[in-house]
Design a protein around this ligand. Structure first.
Ligand code: AKG
Ligand code: FE2
Length: 498
């Protein structure tokens, strides 16, 4: 059941792992840009055409990190190059390597690229699908005009990147959405593709595709009434997919909550440990309390933890049941136990001092908190609205892991301490719709809240989600603090509202 977790098809969900892919792409790009023979094959020319914008944006945006690997259009395009062009380009390189006419320099350069391929997990067709759907998710959630996206423009304030989507890309994306039953979105994309070309023949074939989308949609609409849209597409062609609360908050359209009693503080929170280094914090909400603490993890500590996590990242799963990855949580996670770095016990002591909750780890029934969960979001990576605590009853066993693991060992997830380990250029905020709040990630800060009321019930107000990353990268780390060992530090109450 978990055998797909480490497949290359999960590559698109982690930016960190995509970096290795970009390195390989660079090696191929360099080679094709100075093709040794006078007439490069068509595959090399196409590769180079597609690769050129990487060279431009890398020079312009200060390195591969922000401008290229953090840009969903570049991610889509590199995956497409490697899935659709590389397999046809490779035989030409192999031929070059055995060409007696070529000098040692060329043969060596080709050898290095082929060797690099062996050491790289390259994306596959499923990654291309994942990246396509992620791109469409970004377009939809942030309401980006498809025409802008095609020109490399992601936000109103972001300078467009050099990359653009071709009309073939536009049609490809539409077809993928159609095949995955994302019909209103497919229809929207198709109508933009039509406007992006003057080629009559192409327009006709896109029109045909739109007719198919409409038919598939309206047939399923009558059969299942209302699952996608309030009306069939052939009646109301301009309707857009329903806007969810999540979408609304991620776009920042909500009316911000205003509370005059909220304060900022600098203090030791009653802990001697913090006397020499008081903590700065900001109250975002009272009752339930939501607080953000600033500068609670240093850049050096962050680098340490990322280094460890990068060896252990796996596609994130949701829930305690089958533990399948799905499109509601697109990211990669690593559980990093205390003994993997000397910074972890220091961090735990800091969380303990700030929250006045125990966070020590231990065996299943003797732990005060879970081990740190590091999360790395890739292209369009997100986590839709959810609660961190479990629905399970005591004694419920997790499926998928031989049913041995009792998720509630140590009690439910009383509180969440979530570090932000990076800034995010655009998108990626954490939203709390019931509290009418959103948090913009600030590197080195941490958000803290209780998931459970004092009577042990879930606090429904702490529903939250991580919005899709539009530009840049996002890392967070969760420390989930359990109930039982903290019963004296968070005394319970029998009052139904507490
Ligand atoms: O990434 C975020 O902003 C939220 C993540 C989250 O809620 C979680 O990992 O449980
Ligand atoms: Fe969460």
């Amino acid at each position: 059941q978990n055998d797909h977790i480490n497949k290359p098809s999960d590559l698109y969900s982690s930016l960190l792992r995509m970096k290795v892919v970009f390195k390989f792409d660079e090696a191929v790009g360099e080679l094709v840009s100075s093709w040794p023979k006078s007439s490069p094959p068509a595959e090399a020319i196409r590769y180079l055409e597609s690769y050129q914008s990487v060279v431009l944006d890398r020079a312009r945006d200060g390195g591969i990190e922000e401008g290229v690997s953090g840009n969903p259009l570049h991610l889509y395009s590199v995956i497409k190059r490697l899935v659709r062009l590389w397999p046809f380009l490779k035989p030409h390189l192999e031929a070059l390597q055995h060409d007696q006419q070529e000098g040692v320099v060329v043969v060596e350069a080709v050898r290095l690229v082929l060797q690099a391929e062996n050491n790289t997990v390259l994306p596959d067709e499923a990654d291309l699908t994942g990246a396509t759907i992620a791109l469409a998710r970004l377009q939809h959630i942030y309401n980006i005009p498809v025409a802008d996206l095609m020109k490399g423009k992601l936000t109103a304030t972001h300078t467009p990147s050099s990359i653009s989507l071709s009309i073939e890309d536009c049609v490809d994306i539409t077809e993928t959405l159609y095949n995955h039953w994302l019909l209103p979105l497919a229809w929207q994309w198709a109508s933009s593709c039509i406007k992006a070309t003057t080629n009559h023949q192409l327009q006709l074939s896109i029109q045909q595709l739109m007719d198919n989308i409409e038919q598939k949609h309206d047939q399923s609409w009558t059969a299942n009434s209302n699952i996608f849209l309030p009306q069939p597409l052939n009646i109301s062609k301009n309707q857009v997919p329903r806007q969810s609360t999540y979408t609304y908050y991620c776009r920042g359209l909500h009316q911000k909550a205003q509370h005059s009693l909220l304060r900022c503080h600098v203090g030791n929170r009653g802990s001697h440990y913090l006397t020499l280094q008081p903590v700065r914090y900001e109250e975002l909400h009272h009752d339930p309390d939501l607080t953000i603490f600033y500068d609670v993890i240093s850049d050096a500590e962050i680098e340490q933890l990322k280094g460890i996590a990068s060896q252990m990242l796996k596609r994130s799963c949701v829930g305690t049941g089958t533990g399948q990855p799905d499109e509601t949580r697109v990211s990669q996670t690593a559980w990093v136990p205390n003994n993997t770095s000397h910074v972890l016990p220091i961090i735990n002591r800091r969380i303990d001092a700030i929250t006045n909750l125990f966070v020590y780890e231990g065996d299943l029934y003797n732990r005060a908190a879970e081990v740190l969960q590091m999360v790395n979001y890739g292209i369009g990576g997100h986590f839709t609205l959810h609660h961190d605590d479990f629905d399970e009853q005591p004694g419920d066993k997790a499926a998928g892991s031989n049913g041995e693991y009792d998720w509630l060992g140590g009690g439910n997830r009383l509180a969440t301490w979530m570090f932000y380990l990076s800034d995010v250029v655009a998108g990626g905020s954490t939203v709390f719709p019931t509290l009418r709040l959103s948090i913009t990630p600030v590197k080195g800060s941490a958000a803290f809240w209780y998931n459970l009321k004092r009577n042990g019930d879930r606090d429904p107000k702490l529903l939250h989600g991580g919005c899709p990353v539009l530009l840049g990268q996002k890392w967070v780390a969760n420390k989930w603090i359990r109930e039982h060992k903290n019963f004296l530090r968070y005394p319970c109450s029998t009052h139904p509202n507490q």
